[in-house]
Design a protein around this ligand. Structure first.
Ligand code: GLU
Length: 276
């Protein structure tokens, strides 16, 4: 099964705030981003089609505005995202352009998906970009999203994007090695689960723990993302993004992380997955 990962053609990579930024300051981790961009460009050079779903806007904005704490108030988060998103994209643009790799920014809200016309438009845009060899970089449009229309976290958004672009694989770069039988921070006997063919109630119960301080998605949002991506026909894998070499290992067929296998639902309608 792991060797089949090598042959995946259209891949969505979701990278979280805790992977892209320094925990203490919230500023961009340039060394990691540099590696991430280089590996993605190389995968693209091998003929893969790549989409990135990147968090980090709020954290980078927070740093730029010299705020000590992560903002709690929505308007403040939105202001930070507005400042941070452009900075984040500037870094991506700079790094990708060193390899002459075109990128694009796509910002979405739930309304983009719920509305048939805008969903088709988004789908067409992704198609054109991928056909032209561009790497789209997606984030939630945090500055306009409200409680009613936001995705809430980028794990969820990345699974929606996988469905829209009909990806073969969704890779979640996380701050943990994968799904464990128990919380590995509390239970040293917790074991990594390498393969999940069906998400069980037991897994959902176990995943209820809190999310990390900087990102918004915990393990339960990752299981939710797997539910959507797998139904849409994409395998999903959680790997640890602390070491970007894991991406090369994964694509070489090594057994790292947790693989959730696709089980395409015959009548998959994305709109049925928007209420949560
Ligand atoms: N869209 C948010 C940001 O860019 C992050 C959401 C998430 O981490 O799940 O800061």
């Amino acid at each position: 099964m792991r060797l089949q990962i090598k042959d995946k053609k259209r891949i969505v990579f979701k990278v979280g705030t805790s992977t892209l930024t320094h925990e203490e300051t919230g500023a961009v981790d340039l060394v990691k981003m540099e590696k991430f961009v280089r590996i993605l460009t190389d995968l693209h050079n091998q003929g893969k089609e790549i989409v990135v779903v990147s968090s980090g806007a709020i954290s980078v904005g927070r740093k730029a505005l010299s705020l000590k704490e992560r903002p709690q108030e929505r308007s403040m988060k939105q202001a930070c995202a507005a400042v941070g998103q452009i900075r984040l994209m500037t870094v991506y643009q700079k790094l990708f352009s060193e390899y002459n790799q075109n990128t694009a920014q796509i910002l979405m809200t739930k309304v983009t998906i719920a509305n048939d016309t805008s969903r088709h438009n988004a789908q067409n845009t992704f198609r054109e970009l991928l056909n032209m060899g561009v790497i789209p970089i997606v984030n939630e449009n945090d500055t306009v999203a409200t409680d009613e229309i936001d995705f809430g976290d980028n794990d969820y958004l990345s699974s929606i994007v996988s469905a829209i672009v009909k990806a073969d694989l969704l890779v979640l770069l996380s701050d943990i090695d994968g799904l464990y039988t128990d919380d590995p921070n509390k239970n040293k006997d917790a074991k990594l689960i390498p393969l999940v063919e069906r998400i069980t109630d037991e897994m959902l119960e176990m995943a209820k723990g809190p999310a990390s301080d900087v990102g918004t998605g915990g393990m339960s949002s990752k299981l939710g993302a797997a539910g959507i991506a797998n139904d849409a026909g994409a395998d999903m894998i959680i790997i640890n993004g602390d070491d970007m070499e894991n991406l090369n290992k994964l694509l070489a067929g090594e057994e790292i992380g947790t693989l959730f296998t696709a089980h395409k639902t015959r009548h998959f309608h994305l709109k049925n997955y928007l209420d949560r």
